[in-house]
Design a protein around this ligand. Structure first.
Ligand code: ATP
Length: 434
């Protein structure tokens, strides 16, 4: 399978099986937007919940937040984004198509061979007019979620009196008017980020940078991204964002090339200092001995859409089982959109269907995301569940009616085991927690 094939197969599976659809598709689609269908949203939320558990709720040093998407112009002036949040853009003199100049080679348009103009800096923030009077007040959809954490820094300090080091975390939408959205979920104009600002004493920034670098590798493993396909890149100074003194990109071998998946940046105390200057609000942290300073910050950033794509690319598998070709998603059970599917062996035997319904209802109470399936024959149901990454298929057959055992089929090996119905919930819960 070539890499182009792999990408086509993932996009097609996503559409066919209800993971991801093109945004506003019935009107021809809106470039750079994708809509998550029932299975996609389940997968995405499972990843987000796993992240939240790993980095926020299981820790004592992290404070959760859900800040507003629209923020006033002054925030973006203070943070430097009005000036610095730009990409170099070139326009073709012939077809007027626009490109990011760092993504095209040579002086001619790849599509019509027209001559490309001189690069201009293009700001990626989306402006919004607030209120009913035109020009009354200019806001922006947030281009990164970090500013929400910085502008709430003092609120968290005042409410919780945390001691350094501590973090403020959130996940949510960010918007960037990308010049050339492309590569499915990779480069879009509206996307979800999961991120935290970890505030430290300046003297300790290197230690915490290393700590979070390790934790990011731990996450890559726990979410099920192939570790061998992830590579660290030390971003050179001239390519770093305006606020950063050190950045590592975690790049992933996507089917369309090695590209940034996550970032880890040392943002110094740039943002808090700028907000302190612009707002006049004291953003200093007070030590017990009374000394005050503006904390420095380490920022691990995780793009959620890029995570979904890397997870799908890592999980997509084609093999042969029982002499038949099949496609399956080898997803970690913690993030699989459906954990278990329950079927009656035959659809036209009312006693089997009734028993299977009973098993289904009972299981649904014990574990989340259980699905009922009685369409087509059993082989087809297995294939269908394999294709969406369901780790276990539970079949109720004639033996169940006699001894109350069901078969549990493992997605990866296709092996089946008979399990007493009464133990099913506990068994799957234990597997899920493993
Ligand atoms: P790139 O160089 O790819 O444009 P960036 O360096 O601007 O990315 P950051 O500002 O570090 O990216 O953004 C943080 C994270 O947000 C990235 O690591 C990535 O996971 C995600 N991300 C950034 N831009 C997009 C986008 N247009 N679509 C989807 N995810 C994105």
């Amino acid at each position: 399978m070539t890499e182009t094939d792999l990408m086509e197969k993932i996009v097609s599976l996503c559409k066919r099986r209800g993971f991801v659809y093109q945004g506003s598709e019935i009107y021809g689609g809106l470039a750079g937007t994708w809509d998550y269908g029932p299975l996609g949203v389940a997968l995405k939320k499972n990843i987000e919940n796993l992240w939240w558990r790993q980095f926020v709720s299981s820790r004592d040093d992290m404070y959760g937040l859900d800040s507003s998407i629209v923020m006033p112009e002054v925030v973006w002036a203070a943070s430097g984004h009005l000036e610095g949040f730009t990409d170099p853009m070139v326009e073709c003199a012939k077809c007027k198509h626009r490109f990011r100049s760092d993504q095209v080679e040579g002086e001619h348009c790849p599509e019509c061979k027209g001559k490309l103009g001189k690069p201009k800096m293009f700001n990626l923030l989306f402006p919004v007019d607030l209120g009913s009077t035109v020009g009354a007040s200019r806001g922006y959809l947030r281009g990164e979620i970090a500013q929400g954490m910085f502008v709430n820094f003092k609120n968290i300090i005042d409410s919780f009196h945390p001691k350094l080091p501590f973090g403020i975390a959130q996940s949510g939408k960010a918007f960037r008017n990308e010049i050339a959205p492309r590569d499915f979920l990779f480069r879009v104009r509206e996307f979800d980020l999961m991120e935290f600002e970890y505030f430290v004493n300046e003297a300790e920034w290197e230690k915490w940078f290393e700590y979070w670098r390790n934790e990011m590798w731990g996450w890559i493993e726990s979410v099920g991204i192939k570790k061998d396909s992830v590579h660290e890149l030390n971003v050179p100074e001239d390519e770093r964002a305006h606020y950063s003194k050190r950045t590592i990109d975690f790049e992933f071998d996507f089917p369309f090339g090695r590209k940034e998946l996550y970032g880890l940046a040392y943002r110094t105390n740039y943002d808090l200092s700028k907000h302190m200057e612009k707002s006049g609000v004291d953003m200093q942290y007070a030590e017990e001995d009374g000394s005050k300073f503006v904390p420095h910050v380490i920022e691990p950033t995780f793009g959620l859409g890029r995570t979904v794509l890397a997870v799908l690319a890592s999980a997509y598998t084609e093999d042969e089982l029982g002499g038949e070709k099949r496609t399956y998603l080898k997803l970690k059970s913690a993030i699989a959109p459906v954990k278990a599917a329950v079927f009656p062996l035959l659809k036209n035997k009312p006693e089997l269907v009734a028993k299977a319904r009973e098993v289904y209802q009972a299981l649904k109470k014990e574990i989340p995301q259980v699905m009922w399936d009685d369409n087509g024959n059993i082989g087809k149901r297995y294939r269908r569940q394999d294709e969406i990454g369901t780790p276990w298929c539970i079949t109720v057959d004639f033996e169940t009616l006699e001894d109350d055992t069901v078969t549990v089929r493992d997605r990866d090996t296709g092996e089946q085991e008979r399990v007493p119905g009464i133990e099913l919930g506990a068994k799957l819960s234990a597997l899920l927690a493993a």
